[in-house]
Design a protein around this ligand. Structure first.
Ligand code: GUN
Length: 255
């Protein structure tokens, strides 16, 4: 008798954020979850946004809260993330959930890394003992996927803008996770024969089409697997969000 309900907060009118939020709401509808939207102007004050979050925290009909990032520059992202009740933090961004992940306790895991793990598991890719190279150290993707791969007994290298020999690091990877934000950056010269390539990039080209951080056509023959963009990691991110919402509703019902 409970319909898991997601509150989506969208601030401003960034075209990319609007598209992501639309996909998330469509996902809810598809699986029978309820979503409620709070679309507010980009000139909302930080205080008003924190007050909206407080209302959603208190609202017993809401199980998950998602504030679409990035936020306008006058709003402190950290304060907003900290304001969300960790038991409703279906994005897994609150330090309580990040901390739980880091020590292997139950909690909400950031959706893109969680989706990547399901992709690997369902494809039958064994992570244990494999060399996993991650490019990008963001809080949303790089750091949590590093923790998940470590937990699955992978040997993890985290690369970033200051990495000395990026190509050399990447060429050793059995599993390469690209979360860079540069279109078609990873070519076959960056990969080892038979590597598994996960492309987290979403870059919009001048002609309006989307492409990833990986040059798919260049890599597909040398790699054993490459995730496409679009329709690769993106739908998995949304699926994990829905899963987290259901988990939040179940947790509440149990408490
Ligand atoms: N902006 C880019 N990715 C995400 C995400 O996974 N969650 C939220 N809330 N904002 C984002």
């Amino acid at each position: 008798g409970i319909t898991p309900t997601l509150a989506v907060v969208l601030i401003g009118d960034s075209p990319a954020s609007k598209v992501y939020v639309r996909h998330k709401k469509k996902g809810c509808e598809y699986v029978g979850l309820r979503s409620v939207s709070h679309e507010v102007s980009s000139d909302i004050t930080e205080k008003a946004l924190l007050s909206l979050i407080e209302d959603l925290n208190k609202d017993k009909t809401i199980h998950g809260i998602l504030v679409q990032l990035p936020l306008p520059s006058h709003i402190d992202e950290d304060k907003v993330i900290m304001a969300i009740d960790p038991s409703k933090d279906v994005d897994g961004f609150h330090p309580m959930n990040v901390g739980n992940l880091s020590i292997g306790r139950d909690g909400f895991v950031s959706c893109t890394p969680a989706g990547i793990m399901v992709l690997l598991e369902r494809t039958g890719i064994d992570i244990s003992g494999k060399k996993c190279v991650i490019i990008g150290r963001s809080n949303i993707v790089g750091k949590p996927i590093g923790m998940l791969l470590t937990r699955a007994n992978g040997t993890v290298t985290m690369c970033h803008s200051r990495t000395k020999d990026l190509q050399g690091e990447c060429r050793q990877a059995d599993i390469l996770i690209a979360a860079i934000g540069k279109e078609k950056f990873i070519t076959k010269d960056f990969i080892k024969e038979g590597a598994v390539i996960i492309d987290v990039g979403i870059n919009r080209l001048a002609d309006g089409t989307l492409c990833g951080d990986v040059d798919f056509d260049d890599c597909i023959e040398k790699a054993s697997f490459v995730t496409p963009v679009p329709k690769g990691v993106g739908p998995m991110t949304i699926t994990m969000l829905l899963k987290n919402c259901i988990k939040a509703a179940k947790n509440r019902a149990k408490s």
